[in-house]
Design a protein around this ligand. Structure first.
Ligand SMILES: Nc1nc2c(ncn2[C@@H]2O[C@H](COP(=O)(O)OP(=O)(O)OP(=O)(O)O)[C@@H](O)[C@H]2O)c(=O)[nH]1
Ligand SMILES: [Mg+2]
Length: 326
């Protein structure tokens, strides 16, 4: 019996043949199924279509939760961006909950976090952006995770002091980072193109659990040469003030305040500049006219004469107050 296929069916079949992704294939097959004439002559074709559709649907259901094609990225905000990276269940999300107003899900099973979540952490008079991330583990192979890590200004590597597999987990994290050509801590950086060295801090979490201090000592013996380390407890808050301070230190930035000549200083939001910035860097940041017009500045700050006159090459320090003169 002739199949008497309709133009709609033929069109869908053409799209199926041209399809390159499984989503496109599935959509075309469903269209073919919807437009195929239903009679005895097409029964075998209908059964064949059904089988192919069901096979593709099963394949798609097995894909990771974050569906193919979804890319996450986090725009930087505040004085700098610090990403939290580490094995599953280490307490990254709980740390972000404690240190910021963000509310990522915390649970006692691994792979709770599937998408990145930023939060702003207050440090003295500035805000530092923390980014909670899914675990760095071979079972979470999304490339956007490593893109975020590569793009961050610094990393906090979180490990779990109550985990008997802590050393293995740490090596797994380092292995995954190495695959993404990210090097952290001291030690030799592979001599190949594309490698990035990220400033980092190892935060050893769950200090409140029995045996954690001993585990921290062991960790220090083994990795102290390579990483700056800080023991904390997200649960009790122990060490978290020190964490804020060290996170600021990781960013390698300074805060500089400006005041108008003849006016009283009002401590407003500071300018954030890279460590090593000179007076002229600040001045051009404030207004590009200063590049040609800056004559000198007066500086108030720790270890300086109050109101000391400085020139454009003056090396700025954290918390300097500067009065620019043209
Ligand atoms: N005792 C104790 N438990 C903690 C501490 N920090 C986190 N936890 C617990 O550890 C478990 C995992 O915490 P999460 O914050 O979800 O861990 P995570 O690193 O974000 O895990 P993933 O999202 O799977 O990568 C939860 O049951 C937390 O309550 C801590 O300092 N002390
Ligand atoms: Mg998490």
């Amino acid at each position: 019996m002739p199949a008497n296929l309709t133009p709609e069916y033929m069109e869908a079949e053409r799209r199926f043949k041209a399809a390159t992704t499984s989503e496109e294939k599935l959509a075309a097959l469903e269209e073919m199924m919807a437009t195929i004439p239903r009679h005895k002559g097409t029964e075998k074709m209908q059964a064949d279509l059904k089988r192919r559709i069901s096979k593709l649907r099963t394949e798609q259901a097995r894909k990771p939760v974050s569906r193919a094609g979804i890319i996450h990225r986090i725009d930087k905000e505040g004085a700098g961006q610090v990403a939290l990276a580490g094995p599953p269940n280490g307490g990254k999300s709980m740390l972000v909950r404690q240190l910021t107003h963000a509310m990522p899900e915390v649970a006692d099973y691994p792979f709770t976090t599937r998408v990145p979540m930023p939060g702003m952490m207050k440090f003295e008079d500035i805000q530092i952006q923390l980014v909670d991330l899914p675990p760095v583990h071979p079972d979470f192979p999304e490339s956007w995770l490593y893109q975020i890590i590569r793009n961050a200004d610094a990393l906090i590597q979180v490990v779990d002091l109550s985990d008997p597999d802590i050393l293995e987990d740490l090596e797994t994290t380092l292995g995954q980072l190495a695959q993404a050509k990210v090097h952290i801590g001291a030690g030799e950086v592979p001599n190949a193109t594309g490698w990035l060295v990220k400033r980092s801090l190892l935060v050893a979490n769950k200090l409140d659990i029995d045996g954690a201090s001993e585990m921290f000592e062991l960790l220090k013996d083994l990795y102290g040469w390579r990483f700056e380390m800080l023991p904390v407890s997200a649960a009790t808050g122990q060490g978290l003030d020190e964490l804020r301070l060290q996170a600021f230190d990781l960013l390698e930035v300074i805060r500089v305040y400006t005041k108008a000549p003849g006016k009283k200083l009002e401590m407003t939001a500071p300018y954030i500049l890279e460590r090593g910035s000179r007076l002229i860097d600040l001045a051009t940041h404030v207004h590009h006219d200063f590049l040609s017009q800056l004559k000198y500045a007066r500086v108030w700050g720790h270890g300086k004469f109050e109101g000391q006159m400085v020139n454009r090459d003056y090396l700025l320090a954290d918390k300097d107050v500067v009065e620019l003169h043209r």
